[in-house]
Every structure is written in structure tokens, then in C-alpha cells.
Design a protein around this ligand. Sequence first.
Ligand SMILES: [Zn+2]
Length: 602
Amino acid sequence: MFATVLASLMTLAPTPPAPAPAWRTPFENDPAGNTTATHAECLAYYQRLAAAYPTRLTLREAGPTDSGQPLHEVVLSSGSGAGFSPQAATEGTLADRGLKPAPHRRPVVFIQNGIHPGEPEGIDASMMLARDLLQQPELKKLLDQLTVVIVPAYNVDGMLNRRATGRANQLGPAAYGFRGNARHLDLNRDYIKQDSRNARSFAALFQRWQPEVFVETHTSNGADYQYTMTLIATQHSKLAPALGAYLQGQLLPALYQGMERKKWPMVPYVDFEGETPESGLRAFLETPRYSTGYAALFNTLGFMPETHMLKPFAPRVRATYDFLLTVLETVAAQAPALAAARAAAAAAMAAQPTFPLAWALDEAASETVSFRGYEARHRPSEVSGQPRLYYDRAAPYTRPVPYFNTYRPTASVARPTAYLIPQAWAEVVETLRRNGAPLQALARDVTVPAEVYYVEDYQTSPRPYEGHYLHRDVRLRPATETVTYRAGDFVVYLAAPAPARYLVETLEPQATDSFFAWGFFDSILQQKEHFSAYVFEDVAADLLRRDPALRQRLEALKQQDAAFAADGAAQLEWVYQHSPHREAGYLRYPVARWLGPGRVGE
Ligand SMILES: [Zn+2]
């Protein structure tokens, strides 16, 4: 699918006529094309468009950001403003989940720019594209087929922190914003934990629109090669089979061909393990902390176009414009196939018996990409005198390169009927609600059998990552117990239209980006009471006298383990952990899996 489209098939895409001078963006007003709009210029431009085309474009505030300034959404749709409401989108999504028909659903394409404001191509390209969708007759027709939602600048905070030196490896623009937000968070790691107000506002916006396709615009780092545009598509292996097959078989080939026709041959994002790309491209595993990984939890197809940082800013903006336009053209043309694939994915999720929790690259599965690179060579470093890598632009090549693009599940879990969540964990409850989980408060106390987890082991990163000490390699001991949840605690059923996959990947502690992994439940990992050894010696002796079976187990352990037999403190601790004094809540995950049919407590 990445083979070069034959020259005979290539037709030049019609270039939209130049805009009237009054409608030029700051990027277009710079003859060198090395300028990106400031946040104020960007908003002012959309305000002018909204005033001039009130029936086809609206600009609205969409919640707070950590900067103190609001997030904004731009909505483009024909139909005298009727399409500005996500109501149609909501009905369509319910239909996608098999609940009721919504034949007039127009696909929603959600474009988010400026998450990394030092990578601002999409900010400028979207301003131009929005204008052309309103002014160019050929493009105007698209708004009869699609609703386009644009977040002009997601990381408002970083965009206000404008400078000229933050991206050491990037060629222009002259000044641009900073990657971190006002809390120094990378928002493209914040989609699950949602520490930032930006992420919370985004989640509400995303859940209101439930888009078919989500695009977040970026600029690459890494190797040098011929391409101006590279693409991270959401990992097809992680999607429901119908949606993965549609992405691989129809949508992606059309996007690659469309970009080739527009004279921007495109390649999968150039990520590799060796020194140079010839070692093989490896598809990015976007877990749910990332934008496209989050979108995939809701059967939304996500894309991260990554322009190449060593190309001048002007072609990077033009390529981003053409990519966004190609997405709109393709989604419009393939709307029935996309709707069918999403409906099949929703139906599959409604009946899915197990859910994967973690993934690993299949090193044995690869396809071949015809890769347009530059020869990599070495020469002595002027800094250190040691050999250094450089790419020789005088020596371009086209060469077959393996592309590893298949992931396999490494852990999975059986689907519960529902999760039971104590109201005490308010941050978890609020986050779930914000992301569309239909939580119901229990009207009265319930005592029911349910599956609970005891945390047997886990690893924790020694330094903070995005404000958290992440856990991984979580080992659990499941147990079926009779549990009591009180009135006001929450139950969330996985049945449609609940976002089952989102619930599983956040509430199962072994999932890569679970709330447990991000430290939302850390207080259970610490014991609250203990004992003074000299006092507990007598208590333990008494316990063992009254419980011969416990005494027998202790003696057996001492027989098996010489170190244990010689360690009085370890034996005392063992008796404590097997005594009634042991803390029931210590290492016990407070969210229970309810497996029964029907409703909890009925
Ligand atoms: Zn980026």
C-alpha cells in the first residue's frame, strides 16, 4: 500500500486560487513563509471568519486551560448553523452502537492543533483550510458532506510562551510556542490522567462530538530523509477487526495516494531501533495516554501527521494543509464504508468477551516500504573528534525497508458485567464521568459476590514521568469475595452504549495506562497500622497456640526456607499477615468486578 503510485495515475490536485489579500493569514503575509500566527492573531482570524460566514462557521469557547485563557472550538458545517450542534453527532454515535438509526449522520472530522506549539504547522494550515472551505467553490461542497471541528490551539499555555530557540533541531518558523503547558505537562501524555484543565476541556469536547476521525498535527524529530510528511495512524491491531481492516484496506491507501497526487509522497512515521531507518520502520504503539490511543478507545480513527523538522516551514505548512484536505476528501468519499466499519466495531465491542490490556510488537511480521532516504555516513565530529553520523543529501536513495506494523496482545482480561467503585475515589469517578462513563449511584447498600484484586507485586519508575511515579509489571491475585458497597457508591455497566473499552483500560490495574498505573490508587499500597515487635511476640505466640493449622504452616515454611527459619522478624511479620490484625484494605484494589447477570443487588 505504500508503493509509489504510477506516474500515469497521478493527476495534479487543483490548487485553490490565492485568497484575497484581506484574507491572508500571517503565514501567507510573510514572503519567506517562515511565520506562524500568535494565539491572538489566530483567534482574531477565526473571529473574522465567523463574522463573515455566520451560517457556516462558528467559534466558541470550550472550557478552561491551565493558562487561564479558554480553549476554543471552530465548527464548520453547511445547513445554516444546524450542523454546529453535536446533537446530530450524538444520535449518530448511538446508532453506531446499534441503538437507533440516524440516516442523516454526517461524519465528524476533529482536527486538533498546537498540542506541541513548537510544531505549529497545523495552526496555520487550519486557518487557511477553514477559509478555503468557506470561499473556494470546490471545497465548499465538502461542508455538505462533513462536519469539521477544529481546535485552533490546544496548548494555549505553550503557545503564549513564544520563543525562537526551543526546538534545537527544527528549521523554522522564526518564533513559536513551547511544548510544555502552564504546568509543564506534555499534553500528548495527558489524555488518560487528565491532570491539565486543557485535557479536561478536550475530553468534554471529544465526548460531545464523538468524531469518526481525529487528527492531531505534529512535527517530527529524528532521522533525515526525503519526505516532507510522515504519518502515525492509529495502530490497526488494537482496533476492532472491522475497523482495523477498513483503516488498512481503504482509508490509509486513499490518504497515501491522495498525498502522492498532491505531490507530497508520504511514509509511515520514521521510528527505528538501529542507527538509521534502513534497519526497519517500527509502528508507534500509541497507548491511551496519547491522542490517537485515547481516540481508539471510542472507535475513533486517529492520525498524527508529523512533518519533517528539517524541511523549511513553508512546505511543512503546505503539506499539512494538503493532508488535512485529503482527510476531508477521503472521509467524504468513503462515508458509507466508514459508518459501516464503525457500526461493526461497536457491535463487536458490545459482545466482546475479553479485552487486551497490553501489547508487544510482532518482530516476525513486516511489510516492505519503498523508502526515499539519504545515505547515512560518518565523519569525525568537530566537537569531540569522535565519529559522528550525518545524512548525505547529495546521495538520495529509494530502497525497500521493512515496516513492522503488527502488535499482539500480551495480557488480556475477561469482560465483567460491571465495575463497582466506592464514592471515596472521587477523582476517578469524576474522570470516568468526564469521558462518557454512565456511572449510576447505588440507591441502597448492596452485599454481593464479586471479583476483587490483591496487588501482589509491581514496579515503579524511580523518577516522575509527567508528574506521576508510573507503575508497571503489575501482578494481581484475583479472589471472589462477598463485598459490600454503600448507597452513593457507583456501579458502571459495560453494556452499550457505555464505552466498554475505555472502562476496561482505565479500571483494570494491569492495563498500560490504567488509573492504577498512573498512581490514582497509591494510598492502598501503604499499610496504615502495624505492631511493636515486643508486644506482638506474645500476641503471636497466643495465636499460634490457638490455631494449630497456622502453627503447622509456619513450621513447614521454616523447613523449606533456611533464611526464613533464621529470621525472627520475618516470622513475626508472617504471623501478623495471617492474623485477624492484618489490614483488609492494604494492597486490596477497591474497584470490584461484578460478573453476575442483570443488575447489582437485584
Ligand atoms: Zn509533537
